[in-house]
Design a protein around this ligand. Structure first.
Ligand code: IMP
Ligand code: MG
Length: 471
């Protein structure tokens, strides 16, 4: 709430805070520090509680990243659903709530009331045109936010967008961690939790550490027993409590879990023993076998579940676009094999498949394409879709397309699982793209490094030093 300051004082204070925040965003401190400074600067300028939440990769959950001057119990409310908590923010709009107790846009009105929160302002944090989170300002008395207040918070949200996009640019080069992870600094209570976090990171599974405390018993109005599960996995909407071998602890935890399930039937939670990590990971297609085969891989870029979801989307679109046209799908070289096998089984219209292999001639003054195994089908007047694992420089694809074009197909389109756009030398339109990847070399799901790794069920980054990749 704006206390007794005159407008002029507020203005000076806000400018001073803004200068501090800009200096922080411009410096090379961590993303977490930048976001903390933004939130603190907002809270102090407006003499209010402030928090910053970020969307997880499913874009369905809001994960708390920084806060200032908000009571602990309110912060421990846990993960918010993007469509239930100030949902307009996630469509890119500002939200002003005059009275939290009477407003349906609040997900946990009782917790807000208990924390003494009355008015709320929510402003989106954007990445380009898409919202990626929001800054929320909370007051303890009913307060009408002025245009000046709102503009100030919008400026802070813009600075948060800049900080996030800076860390996004650094993501693959330096840290390999997503902004959402960088925005949290976590201190684990014990080594097994740290180990599970490391494994989840390896498999590119989003996690949040101890985001929510559940009240298990009350005496009157007072909470007498709480339970805080170790992890929450937004992708599975699942809480995880990690256990050690000690049976006495397991028994105690089992009792708490039973109670939690009774009191919160919608909450999914599992007690995970160290020896059971593998079972959990198997749900992501990263089972024990994959773990063995993943030797030499530094991290998973796309799990088999993520690939499967993407393949379904592409297949659905192709089925719609080519209805009644009986296309021919053509794979080139070997890398397409997993992708094409999965893709065609999700396509619901009749189709033909064929394949060709090529090599390059390097003549004295030009190089050209040599076909080492040609198509069996005649593609004249047919609707052709070339299926690629990855388009990198674009050289292979363009020469193949030129060759196919000379056979007079009715139409010619390209469907590639991966698009390494930054490496493009010769450009050509790609009609269907699974994932846009950075410059990193990737293997698995058909892609190889010197013929190795093609049989990995996921796409990963090999732990090969950069200079070796250039051989
Ligand atoms: P382009 O002619 O440079 O577009 O070459 C594409 C081919 O290079 C693909 O079909 C792959 O065989 C190979 N390639 C490019 N990038 C990668 C990668 O990151 N991993 C594995 N193979 C790759
Ligand atoms: Mg290839």
């Amino acid at each position: 709430m704006i206390l007794s300051s005159t407008k002029e004082k507020l203005c000076n204070k806000a400018i001073r805070r803004a200068v501090e925040v800009v200096a922080s965003v411009n410096s090379n401190v961590s993303l977490k520090e930048k976001l903390d400074t933004i939130v603190r600067g907002t809270a102090r300028s407006l003499a209010s509680g402030t928090s910053l939440v970020l969307l997880d990769t499913t874009k369905k959950k809001l994960i708390h990243s920084s806060s200032w001057a908000l009571p602990q119990p309110y912060l421990r409310k846990g993960i918010l659903d993007a469509d239930k908590s100030l949902s307009e923010v996630i469509t890119g709009q500002r939200v002003v709530i005059a009275d939290a107790a009477r407003d349906k846009r609040i997900q946990y009105p009782d917790l807000a009331a208990r924390a003494g929160i009355v008015s709320i302002l929510g402003v989106p944090v954007m990445s380009g045109l898409s919202p990626v989170g929001s800054i929320r300002v909370y007051t303890k008395q009913r307060y009408d936010f002025t245009n000046q207040d709102i503009n100030f918070v919008v400026t802070m949200a813009n600075l948060a967008s800049i900080a996030l996009s800076q860390s996004q640019q650094n993501q693959d080069v330096e840290t390999h961690t997503s902004p959402l992870r960088q925005a949290r600094s976590v201190t684990f209570a014990n080594p097994s939790e740290k180990e599970l976090a490391r494994i989840l990171d390896f498999y590119n599974i989003e996690w949040v550490y101890e985001p929510r405390s559940f009240a298990l018993s009350h005496e009157g109005n007072k909470i007498t027993e709480m339970f805080t599960p170790d992890f929450y996995l937004p992708g599975l909407d699942l809480y995880i409590e990690v256990t050690t071998l000690k049976q006495s602890l397991v028994t105690k935890k089992n009792r708490k879990l039973r109670l939690l399930r009774q009191l919160y039937p919608d909450v999914k939670i599992m007690l995970l023993h160290k020896s059971e990590y593998a079972n959990l990971l198997a749900r992501y297609g990263c089972g024990p076998l994959a773990h063995v085969r993943a030797r030499g891989i530094s991290r998973v870029l796309y799990s088999s579940a993520q690939i499967e979801e993407k393949v379904q989307i592409l297949a659905k679109q192709i089925s719609i676009d080519y209805a009644g046209r009986h296309p021919v799908m053509i794979g080139v070289q070997r890398g397409f094999i997993c992708f094409m096998a999965d893709l065609i089984r999700q396509i619901t219209i009749p189709l033909d498949i064929d394949l060709m292999t090529i090599s390059y001639y390097s003549g004295s003054n030009h190089s050209s394409l040599k076909i080492t195994k040609d198509l069996d089908l005649n593609i004249a007047n047919r609707h052709v879709i070339v299926v690629e694992d990855i388009v990198d420089t674009g050289m292979t694809l363009v020469s193949v397309l030129n060759n196919l074009q000379s056979r007079n197909p009715a139409s010619l389109a390209v469907c590639t699982l991966l698009d390494k756009r930054m490496h493009r030398i010769v450009d050509t339109p790609l009609d269907y793209v699974g994932f846009v990847v950075s410059e990193e070399f990737v293997v698995g799901y058909g892609l190889d490094y010197k013929e190795e790794y093609r049989n990995l069920p996921f796409i990963g980054v090999p732990a090969i030093e950069k200079h070796r990749l250039k051989d």
